[in-house]
Design a protein around this ligand. Structure first.
Ligand SMILES: C[S@@+](CC[C@H](N)C(=O)[O-])C[C@H]1O[C@@H](n2cnc3c(N)ncnc32)[C@H](O)[C@@H]1O
Length: 284
């Protein structure tokens, strides 16, 4: 039993302890899960070569983890990174210029939109397809298309791994973002016909991880259940999207890429005030 002084000391220690920031916790979870998955796959069959697709690799690509943790396994790993940002791709090519030798195939960093009709690496299949911290940037109404694309790129015995933050830091760079919970993505994936499950992460509060089996049927049937989940998600985020649009229009304060994305989301979903009122009344 603690006396009052000890209790105060414990409380103070607790209050002063560094709390994981959402980004910090995300980074730790991503590193742990990705490395764990790759290691167990490499150990499981020592002869096997592993092909990786990293969708939306951005500044903190899976390739960074390969360089820092899997240097001795270069012969067994092939990496393709896909990102819609030309800047992200140029930077990655520069950063990793000196690290392109010795891999099963030279690493590839491609500019491309995963949602486009034909994206780079279209005909290739991968053992791991990673979507890390990128789901929140995909317009909600395109999420089933996204899952379909990811599964189409996965070998039948491979897996899609999605990790994201449950709540996103606020700030202009996240204006158009829509955050998801593990349960929402799981419900959506199942409603779309995918074989999905949540990966339990001990003690993590701000991050979720979900996997989809490469054997999921492709293309999945577009179901009413999936449409209903998407509609609810969109409606619950509409306020934020509309506020963001107002902010952009009045202050002109965001960079072009962000503004264009928002205009695209609102345009594609035809969210005018009339359409919104109809949606809220339950019409189409
Ligand atoms: C927040 S960053 C995530 C970076 C990294 N994967 C991580 O775990 O930190 C999201 C990235 O996804 C990219 N992105 C967004 N939508 C995309 C799309 N439709 N196709 C490909 N990349 C996309 C963005 O350009 C950005 O670099």
């Amino acid at each position: 039993m603690l006396d009052d002084t000890q209790l105060c000391a414990e409380l103070l220690r607790y209050l002063n302890a560094p709390r994981p920031q959402p980004c910090g916790e995300y980074d730790q979870v991503r590193e742990m899960l990705v490395c764990q998955e790759l290691m167990s796959s490499l150990n499981h069959d020592p002869e096997r070569q592993i092909r990786i697709l990293d969708v939306g690799f951005g500044e903190r690509s899976v390739f960074r983890l390969l360089v820092s943790h899997f240097n001795d396994d270069r012969q067994r790993l092939a990496y393709v990174g896909l990102d819609s940002s030309i800047d992200a791709v140029s930077r990655a090519r520069l950063v990793f210029e000196g690290n392109s030798g010795g891999w099963h195939e030279p690493p590839v960093f491609e500019v491309g939109d995963i949602l486009a009709d034909r994206s780079p690496a279209e005909d290739n299949k991968f053992d791991f397809v990673f979507l890390l911290n990128t789901l929140h940037e995909i317009p909600a109404h395109r999420c089933i298309d996204l899952l379909t694309k990811l599964v189409q790129k996965t070998c039948s015995n491979g897996r899609v791994l999605i990790i994201d933050m449950v709540a996103l830091p606020t700030g202009q760079e996240e204006l158009c973002a829509i955050s998801w919970s593990a349960q929402e993505v799981l419900d959506l994936a199942k409603a779309g016909g995918f074989r999905a499950s949540v990966i339990p992460i001990e003690r993590a509060v701000s991050v979720f991880a979900l996997e989809i089996d490469g054997e999921s049927s492709v293309p999945p049937p577009e179901t009413d259940a999936a449409s209903a989940i998407l509609r609810t998600k969109l409606l619950s985020n509409l306020d934020r999207l509309m506020r963001a649009r107002a902010e952009i229009t009045t202050q002109g304060a965001v960079d072009n890429e962000q503004a264009l994305r928002l205009v695209k989301i609102l345009g594609e979903t035809a969210i005018t005030s009339d359409a919104l009122r109809r949606l809220e009344r339950g019409g189409t």
